[in-house]
Design a protein around this ligand. Structure first.
Ligand SMILES: O=C(O)CCC(=O)C(=O)O
Ligand SMILES: [Fe+2]
Length: 363
């Protein structure tokens, strides 16, 4: 197994300790580099958890309400938050539960077993890895997390044999799960098209054969001092739409709203939906791709199963023409192949950047 400064070390010791290379600087690091205007209020600072608004949450949407109400509550949540939590979402309860159980079982495996899939190469189709942020002084701070990532739909149809062999049931369950999530996303294409005011099949026709699903199981072990670390740094998701399942009863996902961090409290049997940068561009800025982060807990571990739905590299993204015409608005963003956005997003991935702004027509 390739040696890294990531989580493997922490697990190798008898108790998980907070090594200095996981600790964020006290005054934060705003990553403003002077030459480019990268001003942002969101920095690689310590999470300042006492300032996070407690007991506030994103809209909860019951997917079993009547169709027209559903279209409008989803559209409103996308405008106001870019995030919402859904219940009665139609994902098979048994698959939902089994996916969480098998993901937990994966991270209970000994480090050597998980490490068989370790790779620092982001292009590896199935891999275990961790992450870090880079401060302005080029110092690296490791994130308090480990993740298992792999392509899912439609990739798994022919490639399930590449998934972890252990736990033995992981492969079968991940394939079922990817199918359930793909069906949910298909339904969301319809609801979101209507919410945008375009023909109900618009997004489905445009994307059903033009997207890939990338699934990431994020594991955040208990952390001796959650105030000093981050699980995932503030970011927006790069793709179109993200579906997230998290351990019941354990908070950790936080989003920014009006400059404040809000905690997204997980509801039983729910899924969280958030829009990525490509959706904000398609909607010409009406629906938001919101900054979010994951923080750690002192006593309990947390796990999130995240499916990122992204355009294929050659798909051209830009504000939907009909929207700009209907609203007599001028398009805010130019058109570009997704590959161009992808390159920019990962170019300086370890530092805080507003990638969307690079694609504005009038920056
Ligand atoms: O673990 C979480 O709740 C956040 C995960 C996330 O934002 C991501 O994987 O993009
Ligand atoms: Fe995310």
């Amino acid at each position: 197994m390739e040696k890294t400064t990531s989580f493997e070390f922490a697990f190798n010791s008898s108790s998980i300790s907070l090594f200095p290379n996981f600790i964020l600087p006290e005054d934060g690091d705003d990553n403003i580099d002077g030459k480019e205007e990268r001003t942002t209020t969101i920095a690689y600072a310590r999470p300042n958890l006492s300032k996070v608004m407690p007991l506030t949450t994103i809209p909860t949407i019951d997917m079993s309400i009547d169709h027209d109400s559903l279209v409008s509550v989803i559209a409103k949540a996308c405008e106001d938050f870019g995030f919402f939590q859904i219940i009665n979402h139609g994902v098979e309860p048994d698959v939902y539960k089994k996916m969480m159980d098998v993901s937990m079982a994966f991270f209970r495996l000994p480090c050597e077993e998980r490490g068989k899939l370790y790779s620092s190469n982001p292009h590896e189709v199935v891999r275990v890895g961790s992450g870090y942020v880079e401060l302005q002084n080029k110092e690296r701070v490791n994130l308090w997390m480990e993740r298992l990532s792999h392509l899912a739909h439609p990739f798994l149809k022919d490639n399930a044999h590449l998934l972890p062999q252990n736990p033995p049931e992981y492969r079968e369950i991940a394939v079922e799960y990817a199918k359930e999530i793909a069906d949910l996303v298909d339904r969301l294409w319809g609801l979101l098209s209507e919410g945008l005011g375009v023909e109900p099949n618009y997004l489905r026709k445009r994307f059903e054969n033009n997207v890939i699903f990338h699934q990431i199981v994020n594991f955040y072990p208990p952390c001796p001092d959650p105030e000093l670390t981050l699980g995932l740094p503030p970011h927006t998701d790069i793709g179109l739409i993200t579906v997230l399942q998290q351990v019941e009863g354990v908070s950790g996902l936080q989003i920014v709203k009006d400059g404040e961090w809000l905690s997204v409290d997980p509801l039983p049997d729910a899924l969280i939906i958030n829009l990525g940068d490509q959706f904000e561009v398609l909607s010409n800025g009406r629906f938001k791709s919101q900054d979010h982060r994951a923080v750690n807990n002192a006593k309990v571990q947390r796990l999130s199963i995240v499916t990122h739905c992204k355009p294929k590299m050659d798909v051209v993204i830009g504000p939907i023409d009909e929207l700009a015409i209907n609203a007599e608005q001028t398009p805010l963003y130019r058109h570009y192949p997704f590959e161009e956005y992808n390159t920019q997003y990962y170019k300086d991935f370890k530092v805080v950047r507003k990638v969307k702004e690079l694609f504005l027509l009038n920056p």
